[in-house]
Design a protein around this ligand. Structure first.
Ligand code: ZN
Length: 79
């Protein structure tokens, strides 16, 4: 059966595929009858290398950066 007008919005259907479907291209898309336009092909992923760790500062004194910077909670022994 061929439809003369869109079953949803009643606009005249021009293309044969729309007449066979009974929906215009916009309404077919709205009702999920027609797959939406495919997205352009994704570009191949390029794996990024991790940045190299920063080289130690030549002026730094040994052991200068050893202490962890965290909040020191007092203990019974430290009071
Ligand atoms: Zn329509």
């Amino acid at each position: 059966m061929l439809w003369r007008e869109c079953r949803s919005c009643h606009r005249p259907l021009r293309s044969e595929t729309s007449q066979a479907l009974g929906y215009g291209p916009e309404c077919a898309e709205k009702h999920g009858l027609k797959p939406k336009r495919r997205r352009p092909a994704a570009r191949p992923r390029v794996r990024r290398l991790k940045p190299a760790p920063a080289p130690p500062d030549p002026d730094a004194l040994p052991g200068q950066t050893e202490m962890a910077l965290f909040f020191h909670q007092p203990t019974l022994d430290s009071l």
